[in-house]
Design a protein around this ligand. Structure first.
Ligand code: FAD
Length: 376
């Protein structure tokens, strides 16, 4: 009951073996601003991306399985943030197509997504709008049987490399999701920002961009339903990535501490270090347990278990931040060396508490549910 079923441990082994096989290019890929072609080629050849689309379109599972995605992201994030992001975005950027796209759009795109032939992206954030998505200003309007999109999206993962964007835009009194191929006239990409842990990021401007009406995903004005469905399926996978990253940081710290002496004693037995290492281990195991439970629940009923996915996301990303900070401390100056694995993990842990629902925004929504539950 508290162990992963065999089907998932087999997938975990496969993901770990693959992640270890790209170790030689992980540092270069993690420092890049664009999708690393060699990493992409190897990931495509692995066939693992097929977990991100339903079986009817070449996927491994009947529908996208949150526990499978979580287990794979845990293995990938332990080795490379770039690898983890490349995999994660194929699901996050295409899920609205899987559940809300027309049959012809699904049949055209999803097999390509699962083979990593088409790169996916989800465009919600704008220069002036982050957590408060309902304030967004990008618009879509139907004219002469086409959808016309205007607006500016910001901090979009895969911008520049993506083959299509699922764009959230205002339509009348509601919000719709629209599929915009990157090659459509009027779409332009700039790269005004780079973050502490380099990421394939950019801003995307839509200037009178016209796409067929069939590119609306879901019903007009109901785009938030698809965004919520996406979050409910994938938020917990960020927790998986955080657990993998934290485990990797702990292993580095333990290896270092066991192999170094100060004051004639192994670092692993010196001062507060043994307690720090043991506490990190304990916190990782707690985070992993909640994460697997939430992911298994999300695989059964994503929306009904969003509270668990949210708790796992906050819990695991906060644990990763504490663990990686302690791990750097245990390694002293060696944890700070630019380009070293620990330094990379330290930088990669930080954004996890901001994207896919910041810690504070998730806690605020959980607190509201908690109080509502008490007063019901
Ligand atoms: C690496 C990375 C990749 C990203 N990729 C994408 C992408 O692919 N697509 C996309 O659309 N976006 C993407 N984003 C943007 C991301 O979704 C936003 O950063 C996130 O939604 C938070 O918005 P913000 O950064 O504008 O912060 P703000 O919303 O301005 O929040 C600032 C601070 O205020 C706090 N806060 C805000 N509201 C509340 C509240 N109600 N109660 C309490 N505290 C609150 C927040 O927790 C935060 O600490 C990405 C961001 C990063 C860092």
């Amino acid at each position: 009951m508290f162990e992963l079923p065999e089907a998932y441990t087999a997938l975990q082994r496969e993901a770990r073996e693959f992640a270890a096989s790209v170790r030689d290019i992980a540092e270069r890929a993690d420092e890049g601003d664009d999708i690393d072609p060699e990493m992409r080629k190897r990931l495509a050849a692995s066939g693992i991306v097929s977990i991100m689309v339903p079986a009817a379109y070449g996927g491994r599972y009947e529908r996208v399985d949150s526990l499978a995605v979580t287990v794979v992201r845990e293995a990938f994030a332990a080795e490379s943030g770039h690898l983890d992001s490349m995999l994660g975005m194929q699901g996050i950027g295409s899920y609205a197509i899987s559940v809300g796209g027309s049959e012809s759009v699904r049949a055209e795109l999803l097999p390509q997504v699962g083979r990593l032939e088409a790169i996916a992206a989800l465009a919600l954030t704008e220069p002036g709008v982050g957590s408060d998505l309902k304030a967004l200003t990008t618009s879509v309007a139907e004219r002469d049987g086409e959808l016309v999109v205007n607006g500016h999206k910001s901090f979009i993962t895969n911008a520049g490399d993506a083959d299509f964007y699922s764009v959230l835009a205002r339509e009348g009194e509601g919000y719709s999701l629209v599929l915009v191929p990157a090659s459509t006239p009027g779409v332009s990409v700039t790269k005004p920002h780079q973050i502490i842990a380099p990421h394939v990021l950019g801003d995307v401007v839509f200037d009178d961009v016209r796409v067929p009406a069939d590119n609306r995903l879901g019903e007009p004005g109901q785009g938030f339903k698809l965004v919520l469905a996406t979050l409910a399926t994938f938020r917990v996978s960020v927790a998986g990535a955080a657990v993998g990253l934290a485990q990797s940081a702990l292993q580095e710290a333990v290896r270092h501490a066991a192999g170094r002496e100060q004051f004639g004693v192994s670092l692993a037995r010196l001062g507060s270090i043994p307690g720090d290492l043991a506490m990190a281990w304990t916190e990782i195991e707690m985070a992993r347990t909640l994460t697997y439970r939430a992911a298994a629940a999300a695989a059964r009923d994503p929306l009904g278990n969003l509270h668990l996915s949210s708790m796992a996301k906050v819990g695991a990303t906060e644990v990763a931040a504490r663990v990686v900070d302690r791990a750097v401390q245990v390694m002293g100056r060696f944890g700070l060396v630019r380009g070293g694995k620990m330094e990379r993990l330290y930088r990669e842990a930080r954004p996890m508490r901001v994207y896919e629902g910041s810690t504070e925004v998730i806690l605020d929504s959980l607190a509201k549910q908690l109080v509502k539950g008490l007063t019901r």
